[in-house]
Design a protein around this ligand. Structure first.
Ligand SMILES: [Zn+2]
Length: 243
């Protein structure tokens, strides 16, 4: 029988109003995967709970198992990603990753790789570098950790390495012989870019310098791939980023 009290480290990826004074907080945690927890009194101005349960916070939390949701009974904020609040240009980037993590991760299964991917990406976005490239790397790596690793080398139809582009439904690069009209043609540089983003550690992503065309193509490829296999749906942040 599991204890009624448990602790975990987590990233706040969403908060919602709950009743008069409470908030329902969605956390991506290190040990417990993604789940919602109630923060009692978190909407009162002076609540000691308020600061640690804001979106874009990393903290250590103590929970008491409640009837509907776990209740946060203790919180120790470790890191607050304030640049997403203070810089309106940065905000949609941080929100996009939070929304994507929320939509793509379904259960309460621990996935430390995803946890560290989101944490590392939020940190990197606060530094200088190509922000859109961090989002593309996140999309590819998150899909891989969720078991939908995109095939970036051989055509699944014939095994050819002569790649023409990407088949979203196939989840793979495809050759000319196996081509279908709804596939996405890719520049050879874009194919190389996708491979590199998936292979290199996250912190090395900002050292890559792709062309605008390569970034546009990869953005289309990733969106189509995610929509087909993981169906994140409409995201508020995506609209903000497109603007
Ligand atoms: Zn083929």
């Amino acid at each position: 029988m599991s204890s009624r009290i448990f602790k975990d480290e987590g990233l706040v990826i969403r908060t919602r109003v709950l009743g008069e004074a409470d908030r329902l907080v969605t956390l991506l945690t290190l040990k417990g995967g993604k789940f919602e927890a109630a923060a009692r009194g978190a909407r009162k101005m002076k609540s000691r709970l308020a600061a640690g349960v804001d979106i874009f916070t990393r903290g250590e939390y103590t929970f008491h198992r409640g009837k509907t949701w776990p209740i946060i009974t203790g919180q120790y904020p470790k890191e607050r990603f304030l640049w997403f609040r203070e810089d309106p240009e940065l905000y949609p980037y941080g929100l996009y990753l939070a929304e994507l993590a929320d939509r793509l991760i379904v259960g309460e299964e621990a996935c430390p790789e995803l946890y560290n991917l989101l944490l590392g990406s939020w940190r990197l976005l606060g530094k200088s570098g190509d922000r859109s490239l961090i989002l593309r790397a996140f999309e590819l790596k998150a899909a891989q950790y969720l078991g939908y690793s995109p095939g970036l080398h051989n055509c699944p139809g014939c095994g050819s390495e002569q790649i023409r582009g990407f088949g979203p439904g196939e989840g793979s690069m495809v050759c000319s012989d196996c081509w279908s009209a709804d596939f996405i043609s890719l520049d050879s540089g874009t194919i190389a870019l996708a491979r590199r983003l998936l292979e290199v550690p996250l912190h090395q992503v900002v050292m890559i310098r792709p062309s605008a065309r390569q970034k546009n193509e990869l953005s289309r490829m990733n969106s189509a791939f995610l929509a087909y296999h993981l169906d994140p749906g409409e995201l508020k942040s995506k609209r903000l980023l497109d603007e």
